[in-house]
Design a protein around this ligand. Sequence first.
Ligand code: PGA
Length: 244
Amino acid sequence: MKKIIAANWKMTLQKENLAPLVEVVKQANLDELETIICPSFTHLSKVANLIENTSIKLGAQDCFWEEKGAYTGEVSAWDLKNEGCQFVLVGHSERRRYFAETDEIINKKLLASLVSGLTPILCVGETKAEKDAGQTLTRVAEQLKNDLIGVAARKEQIIIAYEPVWAIGTGDSCSPEIAAQIHSLIKQEVKKDIGIEDVIVLYGGSVDDKNVNDFLRQNFVDGVLVGGASTKVEVFSKLLANSI
Ligand code: PGA
């Protein structure tokens, strides 16, 4: 299986930054890598145009669980699908933290994304306090159990991103060996909870051009979810080159 490089551009870019960054992905070895770009909502259609006729995939950073209705400010999974998205991040820790997204909300978004035809990339991970208290595995298992309620009966693909909260945007990444151990446990939990054999698991949290290969070399690491390093032309270009 090709390793997955998913770029989470968050709310960090301007319109003029999009084309140069997409060009970097186009120059990468796309025979070896599966690339997914997750721009902000307002940049989706521009990026969709830029990646037309390439193997680069489009993802959104969030979705709402109803198909349509009086939900001011929200964007439905179905609209995202119509916009050209194939993937959607669900339960990113910044959504959990700044928008008070609970496991219940995340579960609704995840199910909606499946029904709409999007592949969810479910983000899970422990905080610094949970890590220090030795609760990493129990926290991740609890998130998986609650976020994946109702998924066992469905057949669509899901992707999990293990993103320790303390590693996101801090430059303090998880050690690749420990990440691999946690990925292995995530695969076991997902098999136990919803019967999916060998679910795809990405690592996210301060992945950059220097450490990307250390992660991708590990067993159980099927790819990476990259924030900051995917928003700078030179760094992202090196990161993609070093991913092979
Ligand atoms: P980072 O973000 O690579 O900047 O740490 C990762 C993410 O939030 O998905």
